[in-house]
Design a binder for this molecule. Structure first.
Ligand code: ATP
Length: 217
């Protein structure tokens, strides 16, 4: 069973890495592909370019056996739609391998604005990772689309994700780490030290870079 964790990763931080690690352990994933987006359709352009974000992600995961920096969205032209990424991955792994899309609650709350969002569950399961500052909608079969999705697709046991390749939704409480890339960028812009917010092996590279030094973050 494979996890896919997409993000801007501008830059990657310990909140991302810990969330990917905890999801891997809790769901029993064989590996988690960490996929930096090239051209994010739902937000402004990342501050650091794709090559740079990927290089930092590779530095951050190092030789971790289960977390993999995956550059597929950076190699594609046009907007980085998750549905296209999942379709590509589904083609690679075949129709029966369970694939789990890992999402923070903040990302889940915006799901209905994603390109062809209804097709995501035909390609993968969703695992929603609780973040410190977010509240999950209630499951309600007569509510809004996300509430209906929770009512119809939610499974309480992660084991249920193994029974089918896609289509279920699981919520997973993870250790709250209130770290954001925005906070790391601001710190670096002010000449601060991101010690303990990012892995040690990434800290020097970030402090040496001028990617976040000027202008707004
Ligand atoms: P920014 O501050 O630039 O918006 P971010 O820190 O939220 O960035 P993203 O790259 O936008 O990071 O997020 C990628 C994914 O990681 C999203 O699903 C998001 O919910 C999740 N995520 C981000 N920070 C954390 C955290 N501290 N703990 C758990 N999940 C996180």
């Amino acid at each position: 069973m494979i996890g896919l964790f997409g993000g801007t990763f501008d830059p990657v931080h310990c909140g991302h890495l810990r969330a990917a690690h905890e999801a891997r352990v809790a769901l029993g994933l064989d590996r988690v592909l960490m996929v930096p987006c090239g051209d994010p359709p739902h937000r402004g352009r990342p501050r650091a370019d794709g090559e740079q974000r990927l290089a930092w992600l590779r530095t951050a995961v190092g030789d971790h056996p289960y977390l993999i920096a995956d550059d597929r969205e950076l190699r594609r032209n046009g907007p980085s739609y998750t549905v296209d990424t999942l379709a590509e991955l589904r083609h690679e792994v075949g129709p029966s391998e369970p694939v789990v899309l890992l999402l923070g609650v903040d990302a889940f709350l915006g799901l209905t604005g994603w390109h062809r969002w209804e097709q995501l569950l035909a390609l993968a399961h969703l695992a929603i990772l609780h973040r410190p500052d977010s509240v999950l909608p209630t499951a309600d079969p007569t509510g809004d689309p996300l509430q209906r999705l929770l009512a119809s697709r939610r499974c309480d046991s992660p084991c249920a994700l193994r029974d089918s390749p896609s289509g279920r939704l699981h919520t997973l409480a993870i250790t709250p780490l209130a770290i954001s890339s925005t906070a790391v960028r601001r710190l670096l812009q002010d000449g601060g030290d991101p010690c303990c917010l990012v892995p040690d092996r990434l800290r020097d590279a970030l402090m040496a870079s001028d990617a976040y030094r000027a202008a707004c973050v």
